[in-house]
Structures are given as structure tokens and as C-alpha cells.
Ligand binder design. Sequence first.
Ligand SMILES: C[S@@+](CC[C@H](N)C(=O)[O-])C[C@H]1O[C@@H](n2cnc3c(N)ncnc32)[C@H](O)[C@@H]1O
Length: 291
Amino acid sequence: MTYWPILEHRPHFKSLSKSTPLKYLATSLSQAIFRPLMNDHHTQPLHHSWVQTQDGSWTLFSERFQEACHSTTGAETETDLHYIKGCSILDLESPSILEVGFGLGVGFLTTYRTLLDSNKSWSFLSLEIDRDLVEWFRLENVNHPFLSKLKWEGNLLKAQNDQVTLIILVGDARKVLPAFLEDSSFSWNAIYQDAFSPKKNPSLWTKEWFELLKKFSTHDVKLSTYSASSSIRKSLLEAGWTLSKGEKFGPKRTSTRASLTGFTDPEILLHLERSPVSALTDDNIQEFLHN
Ligand SMILES: C[S@@+](CC[C@H](N)C(=O)[O-])C[C@H]1O[C@@H](n2cnc3c(N)ncnc32)[C@H](O)[C@@H]1O
């Protein structure tokens, strides 16, 4: 793993291709000039570059997926709106959270800050395919009061104290999550569905994926996601979830909340009936990518 010291991350520019969106080139250029003053992260994970979002918080742009981990309107504001509030974390007696996509850890850190002064005991299971990114997170947090406890156990990075358990499962979520669940009694009452967009990350938006998430959910689970795409809403519906509209954020006019009780919002149903797109399934991912 390579670390670029703060003042020496310019070699990153060599890896930008012609297809790199102009807005990221511009952002990267401003980072090269201003980052040492503005960003308190010390290093940059391999194959990612820093992007500052409009609320002042930072996210990462992934070279592999060609997408940023958060809305450029605000990484922390989006996390608070879609996940902390979207899953009503403060109303849960004992939050047991599944996060789809650990990324740079904004979901975990925002949850940690939110629950720090509560007396709740809570757990956070997160899924991440990129081992370098997870190891980068561990090294960035060696002085953190809780995250300094992070230790590798095979493909799993874990930290635990009396109040909090964090497990980051590393590998393709479609393979590692079912294997992990076989040997555990885990269930969750909140799901942060925060994979990259369906076009970049289709296997984490299919009917079969949402069926798996349902199987290990409590009856009162809340799933929340930034996406409002008709295909993913159809995947959720076909997997047995009921849907409602979530908050708007940035340029997106709405988002999606799902549960296993109640009824789907009739406006969503009407909209989906009129939409020609199909639910995403494990069988039609290729077709979806080429349409
Ligand atoms: C949108 S980012 C998550 C941002 C994160 N929730 C945060 O707050 O920092 C999506 C993450 O999903 C990961 N990912 C993509 N495909 C995956 C897969 N098949 N299994 C597990 N993780 C995956 C990516 O590497 C990326 O870090």
C-alpha cells in the first residue's frame, strides 16, 4: 500500500484519464493547492482522490467505479439525512445497523458521533470490497478512542467495547455476507443501502440482494437509500419490501425508504406501473448495463 504524504500527492494526476470528468479534474486541482490547509486526513487511499463537498465535508472519488462516494452537495449532511434520520437511529433502543458499502467510513463515524452520548448499546456491520480502503481507514484512526481497537480477523476488521461493536466484512458482499450469516445469529433493524449507483454497482441492487437483506431483518427494520430509481424500487417491491418516498437532497428530487410493514405509497405504485423499466435481477444485470 502506498501513502502520499500531504504535500506530495501530485503523482495522482498521472493516473487521470481523458475520460475523467472535468468537474473532478477541477476539484482535484483545487485540492492540490488547498488540501493541506483544508483536509485533516493525512493520507489518500490507493486508487481514490479527495473531493470536498459543499457542506465542507470530504468524500472520495473512486477510480475503479468512476464515482464519488457521496453527493457533492454534502457527504456528512447526506449521511445524516438519508441514514441517521432515514433509519430513525435515535428512536431505536438497540440499533443493529447493516451498511452496504463502508467507503471512507462516513456512515460509521456519523453514527458514532450521533450515539456517543446515548447509553444505547449498538452494532454496525459494514460491507466493503476494497481491502486497501479498509486498511487505510484503520491506519488513519490509530489514535481514535474506539477505532484504535480495530484488529484484523481473517477477512474481517473488528473493534468492540461495552457499548459498540463494529465489524467490517471485506470482499464481494454478495459472497461474504451469506457466508458470514451462516455462522452467526446476526439480524439488523436498520439498513444503510449505500452502494455506488445501480449503473456502477448493479449486483447490490437486485431483487435477490434485497431478498437476502429481508431474510436477516427484524420485523420493524427500516432500509434507507439515496436512490429513487424505478428499477431499484421495483427490485425492492418484488423482494417483498413496502416503499415510501424519502427526503430530497441536492439535485435529487426524492429518495427511498423501505420497510416490511404497512403499505407502499400509492403514488410510487402508480409511477412504477407506468415505468417501462424492469426490476433488477441477478439474471438481467448485463442487459441493464447495456440499456
Ligand atoms: C458509495 S460508497 C460507500 C460510502 C460509505 N457508506 C461512507 O459513508 O463513506 C460504496 C462503497 O461500496 C463498495 N463496494 C462496491 N461494490 C462492492 C461489493 N460488491 N461488495 C462490497 N462492497 C462494495 C465500494 O468499494 C465503495 O467503497
